[in-house]
Design a protein around this ligand. Structure first.
Ligand code: PXP
Length: 238
C-alpha cells in the first residue's frame, strides 16, 4: 500500500489574509503541490472565514475536484456548502469559535452523534467520501463506524505535542490500536495534525494508515525554502 499525502494549504490563505491581498493564490499553490506529487489538496473552510473561503472552495473544486478534501464542521451551513461544490471527500471536524487550530477529535455526545450521522449520509448520497476526525480511542473509532464513516482521520495532535519519549511511545501505541480497530471495522485510516519532518515517520509506519494530512510544517518550510529564490528575483529586477 502506498502512503498518500494530503497537503493542507490553509496557511497560503492565511498569508493572503494578512495583507487582505489577492495573492498568494491557493489555486496556484494547489497546482504546485499536485505537480510534485501531492495526492490530495486539503482545505478547512471555517465559519469565521479566517483563511480559506467558500470562493476558494468553489475555484479549487472547479479545477481539481477529484483531488479536493474539504475539512468543515457539522453545521447545516457547512453541509450545504459541501453538497454544492462536491469535493472528492469531506472530513467532518469539531470547531470552537476562537480556537487557533482544531484542538482534537469529534466528541460523540448523543446530539452530535445524530447530527454527524445525518451529515455523513447526506454527503455519501451525493457520492462524497466522508471522513471523521477522531481521537485515537476505541470508543471514538466505534462511534465513527456507527455513523457510517468511510474514513477516520486519527488526530495526531497529542502525539506531536508529547514532551517525553515515554509519552510519545504511549500515544503512538494508541494510534496503532485505533488504526487496527478502524481497519477491522471496515474504514480507511488517515492521520494528521501537528505532523512535521521530525515526527512523521513513526506514524507513517503504523499498520493500516493510508494517508497523512499535513499543512503547517510544509507551508512553513516552503516559506523558508522559497526565500532565496524570491530575494534573488527581486535583486535581479533592481
Ligand atoms: N487534519 C485535520 C483534521 C486538521 O484540522 C488539520 C489542521 O487544519 C490538519 C490535519 C493539518 O494539521 P497541521 O497544519 O498541523 O499539519
Amino acid at each position: 500500500m502506498t502512503l498518500k499525502l494530503g497537503v493542507n494549504i490553509d496557511h497560503v490563505a492565511t498569508l493572503r489574509r494578512a495583507r487582505q491581498a489577492v495573492y498568494p493564490d491557493p489555486l496556484l499553490a494547489a497546482e504546485l503541490c499536485l505537480c510534485v506529487g501531492a495526492d490530495y489538496i486539503v482545505i478547512h473552510v471555517r465559519n469565521d472565514d479566517r483563511h480559506m473561503t467558500e470562493k476558494d472552495l468553489a475555484r479549487l473544486c472547479k479545477a481539481y475536484r477529484k483531488y479536493m478534501h474539504l475539512e468543515c464542521n457539522f453545521s447545516e451551513k457547512m453541509q450545504k456548502m459541501a453538497l454544492k461544490y462536491k469535493p472528492y471527500s469531506v472530513c467532518i471536524v469539531p470547531e470552537t469559535p476562537g480556537e487557533v487550530t482544531t484542538t482534537g477529535g469529534l466528541k460523540f455526545t448523543p446530539k452530535n452523534f445524530d447530527r454527524i450521522r445525518q451529515m455523513t449520509e447526506a454527503l455519501q448520497k451525493k457520492g462524497i467520501l466522508v471522513s471523521l476526525f477522531i481521537d485515537p480511542s476505541a470508543d471514538s473509532v466505534r462511534a465513527a463506524a456507527k455513523c457510517g464513516a468511510d474514513i477516520v482521520e486519527l488526530c495526531t495532535r497529542d502525539y506531536s505535542e508529547a514532551t517525553t519519549k515515554k509519552q510519545r511511545a504511549k500515544l503512538l501505541g494508541d494510534l496503532a490500536l485505533a488504526s487496527l480497530l478502524a481497519k477491522e471495522l471496515g474504514m480507511e485510516v488517515h492521520a494528521g495534525h501537528g505532523l512535521d519532518y521530525e515526527n512523521v515517520l513513526p506514524v507513517a509506519d503504523l499498520c493500516g494508515i493510508s494517508c497523512m494530512n499535513i499543512g503547517f510544517s510544509i507551508i512553513s518550510r516552503a516559506v523558508l525554502a522559497g526565500l532565496p529564490n524570491a530575494v534573488c528575483a527581486m535583486k535581479e529586477l533592481l
